[in-house]
Write a protein that binds this ligand. Sequence first.
Ligand code: SF4
Ligand code: SF4
Length: 366
Amino acid sequence: MRFPLDLSLTMGRYIAARRLAGVKRFPLVLMLEPLHGCNLHCSGCGRIREYADTANQRMSLAECVAAVGECDAPTVSICGGEPLIYPEIVELVDQVLARGKHIYLCTNGQVLAEKLPAFVESASRSKARRRRMFRRLYWNVHLDGMEATHDAIVEKGGAFQKAVAGIEAAKKAGFYVYTNTTLFRQTRIEELVELGELLTRLRVDGMMIAPGYGYEAVRCANQDTANQDEKKVGHENDGESFFLTNRETHERFREIRSRMKRFRVTTTPVYMDFLCGERALSCAAWANPTRNIRGWKAPCYLITDNHFATFRELVGKTDWDRLGPGRDARCEHCLMHCGFEPAAVLHGGSLFNLFRLAAWQLGMNR
Ligand code: SF4
Ligand code: SF4
């Protein structure tokens, strides 16, 4: 199975209940950013630029837990910044799991091996804790290629080796482990295949590949910095961004789909069709709301017009119908999972697509 059965059943039941209740817009995954501080400085990261002035601040544990209750999405993606440097991370994970949620803990893996014993110790305190921790906590480790590429993008030698050591330690301890790879212009498909082979050997449970997106914070926050970043990842000569255009992304994903069938790529079939340019989807950014130190980020994970004090305000005061390619110029080249993966799950629901999703989940159409 690509995703744990528990997660699939929870999501299926939750979506069916919301639909039966006639709810038009509901959250699937809360993107919770307890802090924006990070122990790396990656070339393509918008967060550490957009939130540079609050990088030293963090949400309190109580605020994080309240946000989980306020939004009530069945899955919480704890991201940032680097969540493993959040001092109360183990307690936060415990409390979110205790509320019945599933967690993707997104990390750059630099301190994963060293922090893991605290999670294992917490799990050992009771049978119920152990079951929750090993069934509903999924590590999601950021790896943007093999060693040379990854270390260049994150701008730190040895980062790849540390992340791999973290993956090995987490698998050895018995956790679910996924990886998250952003596709940049310089990403070679051969290298992704090599990465797929390595991750298969490491018994990683799934590999997520997402297109990078040159959204405002990355593109404009500091053009000089952006130009320097591009030089660091080796594309100073083409005079172009290291983010792909839509057409290029479609071409790359068609190649990924055909060459990476044997790996556990976790891109759902309808979203993959969309990435390959074979079907349209409307953005469903409301399904992946983001909460951080400034509030509920509107309208989406990528672009910022506002930070609302409550989730209710985010949903009620955002004009969702004006967002998406063809409606808002800032969305023009966006194919990002935060807007379109939930759309694929929620709106790809023909009988044929549901059958494809079930077969894909069971690993029958790799
Ligand atoms: S590890 Fe993540 S949060 Fe940190 S700089 Fe890189 S992309 Fe940004
Ligand atoms: S298309 Fe959706 S997810 Fe993408 S930038 Fe626009 S609002 Fe955000």
